[in-house]
Design a protein around this ligand. Sequence first.
Ligand SMILES: [Zn+2]
Length: 483
Amino acid sequence: MSERLPVEVVFLGEPFDREAVIHTLRHLAMRVGWTLRPRAERRIIYATTENPTEISVEEGDLVILSSQDVKRHMTDSRAGIPIKGEHGGRLPFYHPRGDDINKRGWIRADVIAGAHALLNLLFERKNRPEKEDGWIRFVEDWWMEAGFHKPEPLADLWLNSIALEAEKIGWPGVEKKGEDALFLPPGTIVLTHDVDYMPTRANHGMPRFLRAVLRQLWTRRSATQAWQVMSKYRKAFFQSVPYNAIETIADTETMLGAISSFQFTVKRRHRSDPVYDLSRYYRGEDDLRNLLHRGFEICLHGSYKAGRMQGGIAEERCELEKILGTSITGHRQHYLNFHPATFFPELERAKLEYDMSVGYNDMSGPRAGTLFPFRPYDIEKAKPFSVWEIPFILMDTTLATTYRFSSGEALDHCMEQIRPVEKSGGCVSVIWHQEQLSGLLDPGFDGTYWTLLKGLKARGIRLTSGQRLLPSMDELWRMSVEE
Ligand SMILES: [Zn+2]
């Protein structure tokens, strides 16, 4: 393990939430090799003041300016994050008197509060009713009003600006190796397959087939592709069990040196929930136990209602563990049906170690403004949650039904989305539904996935499951602070 740079955080004035400031900074510290501790030569001065010209700091100190406006925004306002500037210079919570300051090592905007608001989906928390079912659409979130046409990794940019400023004033860089290398280019993609459908030998996947044809006709408006699904299904009908691609996925990914997770549901509480009975596949017709033996991961796919129910996820976790006879650590909410204020407490209550539900159903990109795993923060109790969030930036169905891409366009789009992850050494998840990889859903989208994986492998990008990353993530997090 490499040497880390000790950094002290000094508060001047009363911040919006002291614990939240330290917590948010730890995300940067774990990535750049800093350890936050009570006394250190290098100091970050987090100054909550109306008059920055009155602050006296020492040579080599890094200053982040905040004001009482930040606290007011966090507690009272329902507006989106206030942004100043254009393009790369877009800054959150720009200090009212920021223009008076022009010194090296001084950041004139509260980049920490900006990252905190983004990572914790603050706008959504405040503006969406908790009780309603459903998920936030991209246009309902704060981005468009702030002038963004797609989600951007702003939380990363803002936190990184602290490290860039530190470099400018001569703080030593930390050479990263060993576990630290987790967040170095070319980055990591966590491969995930939500299992929303499983056929039986009796029905030959007929219900899914009918829906797939309708999807081509109504949603994708393509008679040609509907016809392709029909002719492929006719062939598959006599050869195998259509819409069950689990074995193929495991074989092909193993061949590519990749590992992934499969998210299964175990309860049917709502008409939108999958209808399969997992225990039947686990101890019967298909031996899903094989997946675990081969190193693949099984996660909970929380049923439609579970993410908004008290104890719902915990109950389903127990159910899944009973079927598998082993413990599980990961989760994704079916349809992303959750509210940020109630969802994370439920994940914590279920004692899950990580979740992968933060992303949009109708848009690719980083919904929480980050291309890295993060620890959500409990704003009510002013303390971090115990779970990791590994955000997702891509989902096959979004590409097929919202963007209505051809398989070729989908591939270009995926590469475009993954490029910034590669460049920054990020770590995000992507979703390709298991039934999609049977080739009988959106024609060509199975091939898109395999071509994508080969491309990523050739670029040296790590292709793995969430569980495998947890030990290094935990270790880096632990090292980001010294009490
Ligand atoms: Zn699902």
